[in-house]
Design a protein around this ligand. Sequence first.
Ligand SMILES: [Zn+2]
Ligand SMILES: [Zn+2]
Length: 314
Amino acid sequence: MVLSKPGEPLELRDLPVPEPGPGQLRLRVRACAVCRTDLHVVDGDLQHPKLPLVVGHQIVGETDDGRRLGVPWLGWTDGTCRYCISGRENLCDRARFTGYDLDGGYAEYVVADERFCLQLPDGYGDLQVAPLLCAGLIGYRSLRLAGDAERLGLYGFGASAHIVAQVARHQGRRLFGFVRHGDEDARRFALELGCEWAGWSDERPPEELDAAIVFAPVGALVPAALAALAKGGTVVCAGIHMSDIPRFSYELLWEERAVRSVANLTRQDGAEFLELAPRVPIRTEIETFALEDANDALDRLRAGEIRGSAVLRL
Ligand SMILES: [Zn+2]
Ligand SMILES: [Zn+2]
C-alpha cells in the first residue's frame, strides 16, 4: 500500500520485490501493526516523508533464511554524531526511520538494516507481538522517563496505553486513566486494564499524580495533566505530533513540575522491553485487517474506534 501524496488514501500497487543492500535483510512481512505516527505521515502532519512511501514500522517479518525478526521505527543511525556516541541514538542527527524515510511494512516484503532488527520473544503470535514494536516500545520509554512515579496518569487509552498499563501495574504503580469526554467504552477499557480510576480528560483525578503520560495528540491535555500533578511531577508527551499547547500560567509548572517529550527509541530500549514483555506478561488486544484494508484501519484509528491496536495481517 503506497502513499503518493499526504492527505490522500494509500493505493494498492504491485511493487518489485526489494533487493537487500549491504548489511540489509529482506523480510517477508507477516504482520504490521498500525501506529498513530502512520496516521500523522499519511495525513501530512509530519514534514518531508520519502515519496512515494510504504508506511508501517511495527513489522514482524521472516528473513530469507527463516528467522522471525521485528523491524521498528529506528531504521538507521550514523553511529558517529554526538547523540549516537553518548548512548542517545534515538536523537541521531541523521537517523532514518522506517515507514517515513525508508519503506516500511504495509507491504509483502521489506528490507531492513540487520543491526536495527529486533529479536522477538517466543510465545507470541505474529499479530499479537507486532504492537509491542512501537506502541509498546515508545510506551515503555515514556514510562521510564516518568521516573519512579507511584501514581501515574495515562491520557488517551489507545494502543500504547493499553500496553504501558500492564507494565506499570506489574511494577506496582497505581494507575489513573483519562479518556475522551463521553467515551464510555474507552473508560471501561482503562478500568479493565488495571486503572483504579478512569474519567474524562478534563476531570481531576481523586488524588494528585506523581507523573502523567500524554498519548493523545492533543496539546490541551498538557496543561490539564500539569494541573493534576503533585509537586515535582512530570508530564511526558509520548507522541511525535501534537496540536498546539495552549498557553498556561507559570503556576502550573511551579514547584518543580516538568514537561518533556519522548522521541523515538534506542536498540537498547527494544532489547530491554522485548525481554520484559513475556515476564509481565503483556497481552495485546488487537483488531486485524487485511493489507488491502489499511485505509480502513487508518480511518478507524483516526476516529478513535480501535480497541487496543490495529494490525495488518499478511
Ligand atoms: Zn547519530
Ligand atoms: Zn509508532
